[in-house]
Design a binder for this molecule. Structure first.
Ligand code: PMM
Length: 315
């Protein structure tokens, strides 16, 4: 069973950056790059030095068409890396849909469970997360990596993803998971075509409007390659999509996302810190004196941000 210790969700006062560490031979972007424990741990530590708040360790590829790996193999890939990083003081997230893997990773020191199935793949996952008292990322998807594009059909992708995420949250809360520890993720690229990913980014307000922390995982994904395809049809390789990813980090953080999950940590870590500094330099809301001046004979008060347009409109 997992240790009863609990962990709070990181809230550093800016968008959180989660570094991706896939210890798989075949993930679409970084598969096969960290094929020894030492190499994976070194990469994880490097991401923390570059500004990552969490390192997300995954041992099963979610690449479209990928077959599932056995639980024993997933454990074998993930556990030594989680153990070493946690021992080094890193906040480790485990990217798994299996309760058995989550429980073992939490016992080895992981502090967050990132579940791309939103709890659907393993009915025992909710109890493991509730028992451990750790944050749980519930990501939206339909089907699994073998068949997800068959279900990439939406009339209104933003509304449907929002509704389906709500169901996953309801199920998590009903299973005893603490509402303060639930994060939702629209699941870019999972049972989504490029136009769906773009619509979800454009409609992120509808997801943040749920009032829960939102994680966005756009890093190096196919839709960015599609946007940037050259006139001759050549699309960027995943490794050529980091500056495009940075644009999505700025967009997500500006829309109020709790966090972004990225491969190139340095760029996103810098970007979210700059955004936070700019936000901190924004003018204070109007003082009570300003509000008194803005009071209208009819008893109406202009909005707290008494900008000229608002004054003009209500004059
Ligand atoms: N994407 C991937 C894997 N895990 N987890 C969350 N919460 N959100 C994502 O968008 C997400 C994820 C696939 O990307 P990868 O193969 O580069 O890890």
């Amino acid at each position: 069973m997992t240790a009863h210790r609990g962990a709070e969700l990181a809230r550093p006062g800016r968008c959180v950056v989660i570094g991706v560490l896939n210890v798989t031979p075949d993930s679409f972007s970084d598969g096969g790059r960290h094929d020894t424990v030492d190499a994976a741990v070194a990469h994880g530590l490097g991401m923390v030095a570059a500004g990552a708040d969490y390192v997300d360790v995954g041992g099963e590829s979610t690449r479209p068409g990928a077959d599932r790996v056995a639980a024993e193999e997933e454990l074998h890939r993930v556990l030594p890396v989680v153990t070493e990083l946690a021992r080094a003081g890193v906040s480790v997230s485990v990217d798994t849909t299996r309760s058995q893997v989550a429980a073992a990773a939490l016992a080895a020191g992981a502090v967050l469970v990132n579940d791309v199935s939103g709890g659907l793949a393993d009915p025992a996952m909710a109890a493991v997360v509730a028992d451990a008292g750790v944050p749980w990322v519930l990501m939206h998807r339909r089907g699994d990596s073998r068949d997800m594009y068959a279900q990439a059909s939406y009339r209104d992708v933003v509304a449907e993803v929002r509704r389906e995420l709500c169901r996953r949250v309801d199920a998590a809360l009903a299973a005893g998971v603490d509402a303060d520890r639930v994060v939702v993720d629209p699941g870019l690229g999972f049972a989504k075509l490029p136009e769906h990913d773009l619509a979800l980014l454009a409609g992120l307000d509808a997801v943040t409007g749920l009032g829960l922390p939102v994680l966005v995982g756009a890093s190096r994904k196919r839709f960015l390659g599609a946007v940037l395809s050259a006139a001759d049809g050549r699309t960027r390789t995943p490794l050529e999509r980091d500056s495009a990813t940075l644009a999505t980090t700025v967009l997500a953080a500006s829309a109020g996302a709790w966090g972004v999950r990225v491969h190139d940590v340095a760029g996103s870590a810098d970007a979210v810190r700059v955004l936070a500094a700019v936000a901190a330099a924004a003018p204070e809301p109007a003082s009570p004196t300003d509000l008194a001046h803005a009071r209208r004979p009819g008893g109406l008060v202009t909005p707290v941000h008494t900008d000229d347009t608002e004054r003009w409109r209500s004059a």
